[in-house]
Design a protein around this ligand. Sequence first.
Ligand SMILES: [Zn+2]
Length: 408
Amino acid sequence: MKSLLLLLAAAAGTLFGQERPVVLKTSTLYDGKGNTLHNSIIVVQGSKIARIGGPVPANAITYDLTALAVTPGWIDTHAHIVNHFDNHNRLAGSDEPASQASWHIAENLVATLNAGFTTIQSPGANEDKDLRDAVARGVIPGPRILTSLQALDEKSGDAARMRELVRERKQQGADFIKLFASKSIREGGQITVSQAQVDAVCGEARSLGLRTMVHAHSPESARAASLAGCASVEHGAYLTDDVFDFLAERGTEYDPNIGLVLQNYLETKRSYFGIGNYNEEGFAFMEKGVTITLETFKKALKHRNLKIVYGTDANAGAHGQNYREFIVRVRDGGQDPMQALISATSLSAQSLNLGKEIGAIEAGMQADIVGFDGDPLKDVYAASRAVFVMKGGKVYENAAKGSKPGWR
Ligand SMILES: [Zn+2]
């Protein structure tokens, strides 16, 4: 009888969400806002962080992460999560059976999450909505997803039509708006929209409480985006010092994408070649682009007040390697590793308007917590070895005892 009562009490406890607390023991803890804590514990209750430090609660489930460097879950503000290679190892197109597409996309989700990225922002795909909702329901493991649904570009229509489309996206369930304001780096990156079009998109979006992310390679296109009050400039391969000053003054974010997207295209050329502007000329541009974007990033670092968020522009073949942006920024770009970590956590969380929920290890935040085999702030390559991944209080990966091969 007594055990039956206990069983009922236990069931009720679970029903009312009073799960056993989870304690993560840490030795090196980076909170995502620039602070380092030593020999502390993180107490997780349900999906959230209840407190840092203090006594270990009775009947807690404990994970010993003292051999790891612990950070908040990382955020990729620009990942094309549905893009993938098909069964023939080619960039998947509309002729791919949906059943095959689904599993490749699931693979992208798992790879991204296991790399320690617990939130991503996906610009530009209609399929994102169902994917976002499925991950949120917990039916498949994956990072939390924010999506723009289908992107807008110069061909979307005049200013009035643009405003209509922004309202339509909001109704369709978009979390933000994506606008193309310049050509791709494969075509030189010149501005493609009028100021009236950018004003319409970013103005309308803001009035609806939505941010706008703008693909802009040239100085003209970035300036137009900032002038219109758009939230971020993506890529910005050809940006100049005066434009960085302008963005910094106006609080427009810069998302450089220097460490993964172009490298991945070059490494997986065979899977892309011959599709659209993925031709010899396009690849030649991208090869040069690796150096151009790196030099632009170095220039940007000198603008102290510039908000540099963490996006990779991960495309097919790149998912799960999102950490390469960190490695290249620190190793080749000379960014301070702590600043790069802040960019990938609290700064990007703020840029998503989620600064009070994710991107830091603090009481009240979502329990998105990652442990690395090695310390990414001392050895950049450790960023490729996320061996413990918790998202929303749930442990998805716990290979803390074994280790994961790193990337070089
Ligand atoms: Zn992109």
